[in-house]
Structure formats: structure tokens, C-alpha cells
Ligand binder design. Sequence first.
Ligand SMILES: *[C@@H]1O[C@H](CO)[C@@H](O)[C@H](O)[C@H]1NC(C)=O
Ligand SMILES: *[C@@H]1O[C@H](CO)[C@@H](O)[C@H](O)[C@H]1NC(C)=O
Ligand SMILES: *[C@@H]1O[C@H](CO)[C@@H](O)[C@H](O)[C@H]1NC(C)=O
Ligand SMILES: *[C@@H]1O[C@H](CO)[C@@H](O)[C@H](O)[C@H]1NC(C)=O
Ligand SMILES: [Fe+2]
Length: 459
Amino acid sequence: MAAQPITHIPCILLCIFAWVCHAGKTSPYVRSTDASIDMPAHAFPPPRGNNTPEQVHITQGDRGGRGVMISWVTPLQPYPNIVRYWKANDPDKTVHETYSRITSYRYYNYTSGYIHHANIKKLEYETMYMYELGKGDAIRQFSFKTPPKVGPDVPYTFGIMGDLGQTYASNSTLEHYMANPKAETVLFVGDLSYADDWPLHDQTKWDTWGRFVEKSTAYQPWIWTPGNHELDFAPEIGEYMPFKPYVHRYHVPYRQSGSTSPLWYSIKRASAYIIALSSYSAYGKYTPQYNWLEQELPKVNRRETPWLIVLLHSPWYNSNNYHYMEGESMRVMFESWFVKYKVDLVLAGHVHSYERSERVSNIRYNITDGLSTPIKDQSAPVYITLGDGGNIEGIANSFTEPQPSYSAYREASFGHAILELKNRTHAHYTWHRNQDNVAVVSDSKWFFNRYWFPKYESV
Ligand SMILES: *[C@@H]1O[C@H](CO)[C@@H](O)[C@H](O)[C@H]1NC(C)=O
Ligand SMILES: *[C@@H]1O[C@H](CO)[C@@H](O)[C@H](O)[C@H]1NC(C)=O
Ligand SMILES: *[C@@H]1O[C@H](CO)[C@@H](O)[C@H](O)[C@H]1NC(C)=O
Ligand SMILES: *[C@@H]1O[C@H](CO)[C@@H](O)[C@H](O)[C@H]1NC(C)=O
Ligand SMILES: [Fe+2]
């Protein structure tokens, strides 16, 4: 984890070149080519005790942040299916209880443990809560902090990760994220466990992933987006139901946003309106996701939540040879809406690398006009690709050359990002590569809100 020296001369030359040509930057930083190997299962044994709750994770459980969905797995028996919780600073320690709903699933010859989802509601804003699961020798305690009440100038800090997997590099990404004390909630842009890279989509990899990330997911909400590795579609072994393991294990508050599927939904948190979309569900005209998004975007009240952020897995603007143009069909369907509604940021994963775009759009093209080139557009989102979590498939280190004009910064390294919403006009964004210590900022940018402060943003 020691910082590697940067060779300054090529860097300076590159900067001069970039300035003269007004081009984006391809970082000269090159990640060491260590193989991306999964951490062994024995690194993540089940917690001690009888039927002890494990794989604990929380997410926002309602529309505006007063609800928390607490999920966990008990390996042997469904009961007790209760979560006890209390305010951390309550001298009386008044304990509340909520029961979980229990589910489980079979996948080929694997049977999951009992998967619990307990939605606790009407919590106080900006309050630290303790919660407790299990009984007897199997009690485990955790804590979380509720967000502030939704409002236009409420500062809040998100972390962003994607394509995490469970390798030693994944551990480095997660540790770097957790060492950064600022962020309070993770925006996760898809591809969780990579169980499907193993024979028979080895479902025990979902269990080890749940144990691996628990050090963060039990304490901070992770806002989920489905990726292609959540599909687990394997007709050759009789598994015909896309997303079966994912939708059993990861619940999100989709009904509260009028969605009919856990694969796309929205929440409000502090000063942000967050829309998660599914790159791997139908989005053509008349489909459920299309109809939902068409009705959803006009509902966003920027006077309440100035920051409009979209999460999706397969990037629309990316200049890496890996997965090149896979997001194109979804861009064709939705990009004009994103420009019309002035989406601030589109966060994606999928490509195992890092890239940030200019504000660009490509919505003029109507076949007869031939105008099929992305152009600078100050009403357009910035597109950020953060598929750089460090999973088993390794780094995507082959960029298209020359760097296209829509690409502002790109680098073949693993890392995570931090997004600090300061007020209705300003947000500060930083990206942190794993090779450096966490305080090192490898890419940074002030974003100006597209609704309240649509000031010109350059590279
Ligand atoms: C499932 O089948 C595979 C391949 O036959 C085998 O290696 C594995 O042990 C089986 N798992 C269970 C839980 O039976
Ligand atoms: C993950 O990283 C932490 C911090 O560096 C370390 O203590 C832990 O042993 C790592 N886990 C594995 C399985 O290597
Ligand atoms: C396509 O765009 C061109 C140029 O803006 C315009 O003249 C033409 O009417 C458009 N065609 C259709 C079918 O909308
Ligand atoms: C919003 O935040 C930015 C950055 O911290 C600051 O410069 C600006 O003055 C703030 N605006 C208001 C109205 O406070
Ligand atoms: Fe992916």
C-alpha cells in the first residue's frame, strides 16, 4: 500500500499537452499488475455462536431517510427474527423491537440460510441508533446514524463504489473507503459478489461477500444498483429467474417510489434525489422501467432536493475498450430526458477502471440529420465510471486512442470516490486510488448544481 513515485516529467508534459489541445487527461499512473485473487473462504468464517446472525447490511428503508432496512442471515433456524434498537444517547435505553420478514431461496444444489429483512420506521433524524440481533451466545450489536431531514441546503457526504467483488484488491478499496471518515452512505453502482464467475454460480460466494462487506454495510446504508453479475441467469443448470439471489438478499424501498420492481427505484436523502436504474431490465418504450422513469423525472422537486443523481451499471460515456458501447442502447432511450431534467451526475460501474466525462450530450441525432457526435452541453450530466472496486476479473487497462473529447480524466487504477454535497449550489467530488494513502486525492472537481447554479463547468 506504499505510495509509488510518480514520474513528474511525463506528467508535466502531459499537462501541457492537455492544456494546448484542450483535451482530457489520461493518467500516466499504472497499477501494478498483481493478479486479482479472491480472498479465501476461511478468511470469512461465520461468526461464533449458535445460529448467529451474519452478513448484516442496512439500506434506506423509506422515501426520505426516517426508515432503515436491516437485513441479515441466520444459518440454521429462522428464529429469533427480531431486531432490538434504541437511541445511543438515550439514558433510559428505551428498546424498540421490529420483526423481520424471512425469505430463502434454492439455487441449483445450494440452499440459502434464512434471510431476514426488518424495516424499522419513523426514526428521528440525525440520530445515532444501536441495534441488536440474535439471542443467547449469538447476540451481535451494531449502530447507524440516520440522515438529516431532506432539504435544499443540507450538507451530506456519499461514498461511491462499484464492481467490488471479494479479492485482496476489493479489501483494499473497502479499507480505503472506510479509512475516510467523511462519507456516511455508499452509493453502490452494481456488481457485488461475482459469485457467477465460479462453477455453478457458487452461491457460497454471496455468503462470503456478505461477511466481507459487513464491516461497512452493518453500520452505513449502501444504496444498491443491480449489475450484470447480479443476473445469475443460468438455464444450463436450470436457473431461469434473473436476479434470483440478488432480490432475495438485497431489499430496497422501491414501492415507496411507485416502482413495480426492486431493480429500479428512487430515494431522497439530505439534499439529494437518487434514482437507481437497471441496465439489465427492459427499458424500451412501453416497458415498466421506461414508464416509471417517464413519470418519475417530473416529480423531482429541485427546491427540496437540488442534487439529482442517477445510478446505473453500464456506462453511457466511457472510452475504455472493455464493454465499449454496451450502455449505448439505454443512452438512446433516456439521454434526452437527463438533459431536459438537468441531471447533475450519472454514476456507473461495469468497466474496471476510472473515468470522468465532460458535460456532454448526444441527443440531436435523428438518423436523417447525421449529427451523431457528442457535443459540450451545460445542461447535461457529468458521467463518472467507477467500476474500479477491484474484483476478480482484473483491471480494464486498454483505453481507446486518441482520448475522445467527451472524456475529461481516465485512469486504469482501482479506487473509490467521495461526493460532498455542500449546499444547493456546490458539491465537491474526489477520487482516491488504492495505491495511495487515503488522504491522497487523485482526481477532484467542484460540481455546480445544474438547477440552482448552472455555471459553466470546464474540465
Ligand atoms: C453441488 O454440486 C457440485 C458439483 O456436483 C458439488 O461440487 C457441490 O459439493 C454440491 N454442493 C452441495 C451443497 O451439494
Ligand atoms: C483486509 O484488510 C485489512 C486492513 O488492511 C486487514 O487487516 C485484513 O486482514 C484484510 N483481510 C484479508 C482477508 O486479507
Ligand atoms: C431531423 O433533424 C433535422 C435537422 O434538425 C430536421 O431538419 C428534420 O426535420 C428532422 N427529422 C425528423 C423526422 O424529425
Ligand atoms: C455553498 O458552498 C460553497 C462551497 O463551500 C461556498 O463557496 C458557497 O459560499 C456556499 N453558498 C452559500 C449560499 O452558502
Ligand atoms: Fe459489470
